[in-house]
Ligand binder design. Sequence first.
Ligand code: B12
Length: 145
Amino acid sequence: MNILLTGTASDSHTWNLVYLQLLLEESGHRVRNLGPCVPDELLVGVCADRDPDLVVVSSVNGHGYRDGLGAVRALRDAGLTTPVVIGGKLGVAGEVDPRRRARLLDAGVDAVFDDGDVGRLRAYLGSLAEVRVRAGADTGGQAVA
Ligand code: B12
């Protein structure tokens, strides 16, 4: 898949993004890494231009819930339906609480991952890629993964 990887608007941490880029590339995906401190408008613009198969949002500075909500609302308000997942250290109180998780999902996030959920992310990517290959086979078209 073509994956757009991004930090959030307020988050200057970088190694989380480097780590995820390597992980995703090692899993066979093509990654465009927008880096840290990405304003919503930039994310929306690149997503509209590049039409990625998935957006992966990473945040560790404690503002990930609020920033992530803003980012996904901006994408959905712009009419973009690209699957979006978010993960990392999304708050300052450990695992993201169920109400916040539900609000992110309601706003249009497809999956929310906690700090240690890298294995779950890999499983999610595998299932998404499989769905895309099947969709290509069903339409008799080219496999898209
Ligand atoms: C280095 C560092 C910094 C550097 C960053 C430099 C840089 N260029 O990256 C500097 C000094 C700039 C910094 C600043 C701040 N930091 Co800082 N920083 C760290 C530190 C020590 C290491 C982060 C790191 O590089 N880890 C290595 C990478 C590879 O791992 P990671 O970030 O943990 O990411 C992993 C997981 O989170 C997960 N993950 C991340 N994203 C995603 C996404 C998905 C989808 C999935 C599945 C998993 C996932 O996978 C990654 C690999 O395991 C951590 C503490 C720590 N030991 O973790 C604090 C830490 C992240 N920082 C913290 C804070 C509070 C800040 C500041 C707000 C401090 C301040 N008051 O100014 C600022 C924020 C500035 C900003 N605007 O964002 C807190 C965040 C608290 C929270 N979320 O609960 C931490 C946890 C320290 C602490 N214990 O309090 N920081």
